[in-house]
Design a protein. Structure first.
Length: 217
């Protein structure tokens, strides 16, 4: 009898930085928004927002502003940023898939495992559509359907529930510290995409999905 390819029953992927890289588009949109409020914004500041949802990122930016903002003003600013971001991602295509992404998804599918997406982006479905890979996922959880963003485990727990798989039987794939923390808090195995000295909580770290090997985890 052949051994199964994986001990897991589902793999749940993050989107940004794992399947595709929209970081530059987020950077441009946040930079324009921050500077319109008199806040200096550079790549280092942008890096500190990695894995944090839109309103959490906005709060960090506005903490450096010269005045306080009402909840209504914050919502309006977040909407301005999102409209700019949507304009930028409207040019995306399958060419924006990161190396190894499609092969990894196809490997998981061929192994008979369920595939989920856990993205804090409210534009996840738009991005998946532009990339042409919406049909590769059994279930997508985005920021519009959860109350708490990463590092809270809610998004990964929701994905596991909707996939019909126990959290302990899931492999989570993330490139952000907050994302890895969310995977571990959900009781899942964490595969980090990036650098081991950054993603210290991950069970295994690889540099990209080109190195994805389902049988090794």
């Amino acid at each position: 009898m052949n051994q199964p390819l994986s001990r897991f029953k589902a793999v749940i992927f993050d989107l940004d930085g794992v399947i595709t890289d929209t970081a530059h588009y987020h950077y441009l949109a946040w930079k324009q928004l921050a500077e319109s409020q008199g806040v200096h914004f550079d790549h280092e500041f942008n890096e500190s927002l990695k894995g944090i949802d839109r309103m959490g990122s906005l709060d960090l930016i506005l903490a450096s502003a010269s005045r306080q903002y009402t909840p209504e003003e914050k919502l309006a600013l977040a909407d301005v940023k999102n409209r700019h971001y949507q304009e930028l991602i409207s040019t995306m295509s399958a060419a924006d898939l990161l190396p190894g992404a499609v092969a990894a998804l196809d490997t998981v599918r061929a192994a008979g495992l369920r595939i989920g997406l856990a993205s804090v982006s409210k534009n996840a479905f738009t991005v998946l559509g532009r990339l042409g890979i919406t049909d590769k996922f059994d279930y997508v959880v985005d920021a519009a359907t959860i109350a708490r963003g990463k590092p809270d485990p809610e998004i990964f727990l929701r994905a596991a529930h909707e996939l019909g798989v126990a959290p302990a039987d899931c492999l989570g794939v993330e490139d952000a510290v907050a994302g890895v923390a969310a995977i571990k808090a959900a009781g899942m195995f964490a595969l980090g995409i990036g650098h081991p000295f950054v993603l210290t909580e991950a069970d295994v770290v690889i540099t990209s999905l080109k190195e994805f090997n389902l049988a090794a985890y």
